[in-house]
Structures are given as structure tokens and as C-alpha cells.
Design a protein around this ligand. Sequence first.
Ligand SMILES: Cc1cc2nc3c(=O)[nH]c(=O)nc-3n(C[C@H](O)[C@H](O)[C@H](O)COP(=O)(O)OP(=O)(O)OC[C@H]3O[C@@H](n4cnc5c(N)ncnc54)[C@H](O)[C@@H]3O)c2cc1C
Ligand code: FES
Length: 508
Amino acid sequence: MSSEQSGPTGPDLRQGIAIDTLADGAMLAGHVGGDAVLLARRGAEFFAIGAACTHYNGPLAEGLLVGDTVRCPWHHACFSLRTGEALHAPALTPVACWTTEQRDGKVYVRQKVERPPRIRVKPVTAPRKIVIVGGGAAGFAAAEMLRRQRYDGSIVMLSDDASPPVDRPNLSKDYLAGTAPEEWVPLRDDAFYADQHIDLRLRTTVAAIDSDKREVKLADGSSIAYERLLLATGAEPVRLSLPGLDLPHVHTLRTFADSRAIIAQAANARTAVVMGASFIGLEVAASLRARGVEVHVVAPDKRPMERVLGAALGDFVRGLHEEHGVIFHLEDTASAIEASRVTLKSGGTIAADLVVAGVGVRPRLQLAQDAGLKIDRGVAVDEFLQTSAPDIYAAGDIARWPDPHSGAAIRVEHWVVAERQGQVAALNMLGARQPFDAVPFFWSQHYDVPINYVGHAEAWDDISVDGDIGQRDCVLRYRRNGRVLAVASIYRDVESLREEAAMELAHA
Ligand SMILES: Cc1cc2nc3c(=O)[nH]c(=O)nc-3n(C[C@H](O)[C@H](O)[C@H](O)COP(=O)(O)OP(=O)(O)OC[C@H]3O[C@@H](n4cnc5c(N)ncnc54)[C@H](O)[C@@H]3O)c2cc1C
Ligand code: FES
């Protein structure tokens, strides 16, 4: 996977393509001048839009057409073929659009055109003041969607982080590995917030919510009134109670500043201990290996990621990391950390000049709890992401919502879900009644191996494997009572997209 721009390839679409060569539902990557363009056929209609996904430049022609949308093969962003709009995160920027013309058995791509995004909500009683608590995935996507829908009231976004909204998944992957520059990390530059009249206040802690008065109280004692409030406070790393955890070479990873601090420490580190063998811990392990640091992973589990991905994929992930030199200490935990070593419960010690604790996260529920909102192992929301207080919505890592696909109320910690919930909450704060029914999706990247996962399975009766996990070419289906609840895949992007589309249809 690469985020680098490559020059456009394929035919010059201005010269025309024989209509017969493009079957219904087919896509073709070509170019118009210097622009990479995707030509897609839906019945008798032809569409031409930018060929590179605006998330990380995924090749849209290798994705899937669903209705009048195209889905990106890498992280399942969805673009309108009619307008180029980025309909579903993680892409938030539209692709360009061109007109097409059919003549003499050929289809020609003609003019580049601007097509405005579809306005999905006509507010009856539009609020004038929207406050968003949280400058992460859900908060940012909500603010962006509010302005995309031409909401012109005030948006105040409050974040206790020092950085503006960042591409958090990158903090453990390319940025930490040293293969993505600093500029890729912010979701938008500072000018965006000024241009869009989004009053982003960083280093600003919300201390309380007064839902009767409809205002949030800041830690500095001031208050801000709201008509609609979005709570998107995310999660924070679990902190173990362990001697030595406060030493300066011990880190957790949630923020841009955390990632920078690990990079600074890694510059002089020879050996690192990563505590935890789940997604963030192992992505950190891979990134530190890319920086030439010797990495030991200490975790109580029998296998990495087994609880989420099952034994076979867990063994594969372990083998993959071992191939890259990671040393595992499984079914073990750290009992103490000192300046240059970590002592294990089993009795041994590991030399370590850098320690990263990636032992899970805890949703930040305090504000919601204190405000008296209904809590159910997360902030309980209905299908419209509305909390038990009518003007307060919740989205992202804190929200437990009724998932129509699994039939259960679930809470997940996935980037794409948080962004999509932020988008739906934005529409609903403007008066739409759009249920949140997206199929959960996440991805994780280890060296050159991406793992994509659609659906949600907390328990299963069996896992069937199609393909070969060792060859990095597989689809795993997690079944319960004969029903496929979730699908994990490696380099089977179109199948992963098909499974997602089928799950969407099943509950449309
Ligand atoms: C290193 C890393 C890598 C990840 N990689 C992946 C991945 O590959 N794939 C995937 O699906 N997911 C990944 N995730 C998970 C994903 O980033 C989260 O699910 C997502 O960020 C959740 O979005 P959110 O908006 O709910 O919370 P966040 O993005 O955490 O944002 C919460 C915001 O709320 C603010 N806040 C909290 N409380 C207050 C308060 N009282 N006052 C003011 N501000 C407050 C915080 O400062 C922050 O700005 C990763 C997470 C991390 C940390
Ligand atoms: S590159 Fe398209 S969704 Fe990430």
C-alpha cells in the first residue's frame, strides 16, 4: 500500500473507448491529460471521475461498483459516480468529475466539471449553535459534514489535545515507521478551520455538561451554550499499575505528541519492549523494526489478536512479526520497569531503553456519566446516535449503538466507524432522521500486509478459511448459528467489499 502519487496510466479517455469493450458494471482506469480518470459503466450510463481515492490514493478501478457509487479497495471509502462526493469516510474530499459523451459506438470523456455534493437534509428548525466535544475522528467528520451540508450556524469544536485533528491510524503506522512525513498527519491544515468558520479550540478541556441549561462548562470556568451537542471524546490508553510506569522512557500512544515522543526516544534506543500484542502494540512493533530497533513484545495472550481474529490469523500475525525479527514473550507480563530493563512475571529480564504500553483503551465517559446520560458500557445511543438527552448526540469510541447487522448494541474502536458516525450525527443534528446502519469496518497494517475486517463478531462457532493465510491471500468468515457475522481478509479487497455490500443489503 502506498500513498504516493503515480502518473496516470491506461488509455487516453478523450480518444474514446468502444462501448462494447466495457460491460455493465465494469470500470477502466485511464487518463485525461495529466489526470488519472476512472470510466465506469452502469447499464446505459457512463461516468468519469478521478481514479485515485482521496484518502491514501487507493486505485478506485480495483474497487467495486455498488449502485451509483464506487468503493475503494483499501479502506472502503465510497464515492458518488454522479458528483464525485466522498459519501462515506475515510475519504472526506471529493474526487473530480468529467462529462461523458456516447457517439458512434464509443464513449468519450470530455469536460472536467464541478458538481456540488448532494444536500441530504433540509432542516426544519435548524440549530444555530452546535458544539462538538472532541477533535478526533468523529468530531472532525461531523464538523466537515455540517459545512458540506451548508449549515451556516456556529460550530465550536473543543479538544483537550494540543494538535488539531490528526490521522490517528498513521501514528502507529507510516508516520511512526518514518515513511510518512509530518504534513500527512493533520487531517486538514489550519486554514481549513478559518475558511470553514469552525471555531476549533485546542488545549481546551470540557469539565461538565449542563443539559438543562444546554451549556458546556470548560475547565477554565467559562461556559458555552449549545442547541445541539456532539460528544466525541474517544478513548484513552489503559494505564497499568506497575512500578516504573512513570519513567520518562515509558510511553503510551494516542496523540500526535505521543507518536513524536516515541520517535524521539527510538532515535537513541537499541531495544524496545512493547507491552501488549493487539493492534496498536503490534503496529508499533512493526514501525520500530522499520527504525532498526530490536523489539520484544510482552503479552498475557497465548496468541496475538486471537480474541478478535481467531487462532489461525493470530499465528500468522505472530509468524509475520517473527520473520521481521520481533521476539515474543507470550503468556507473560511485565512486573516492573527500570531505567534500562523490564522484569517479567516469569522471572526473566529484558534490556529496554524504550517501553511502549499498548494494553488497550478505555472510553472517556466521565462527562457523559456526570451529565446523567444513559451509560451501558459506553454512552448508550439510539439508531440516530441520540443519547438519552434529546439535544445530545454521541459518536465514535464512546458510543454503544444498536447495530442492525449483528442485532446487538455494540461499541467498537474503529477509525472508519467513528468518522461515519460523526457524519450521520451531523446530519441528524440538522434534523435528518438517518439511522446509523453502516457495516463496521477496520483495517490494520503490519509491514506490507494489510488486514481488512468487515462486520462484527465477538464470538463465533467456526471460522472458515478460503485461500491460503500463509500466502497472504485469504478470506476468513466468522460464523455463528450458520450466519456470517464478520469477514477478515488479506489481499482479497474486492471480496471484502462484496461481503460488506451484501451485509448492507441484508439490512437495507
Ligand atoms: C495509534 C492508533 C492507531 C490506530 N489505528 C487504527 C486503524 O488502523 N484502524 C482503525 O479502524 N482504528 C484505528 N485506531 C482507532 C481509531 O483511531 C479510533 O477508533 C478513533 O480515533 C476514534 O475516534 P473518536 O473521534 O471517537 O475519538 P478520538 O479520535 O480519540 O478523539 C477524541 C477527542 O476528544 C478529545 N477529548 C476527550 N475528552 C475531552 C474533554 N473532556 N474535553 C475536551 N476534549 C476532550 C480528545 O482530545 C480528542 O481530540 C487507532 C488508534 C490509535 C491510537
Ligand atoms: S485509500 Fe481509499 S479508503 Fe483508504
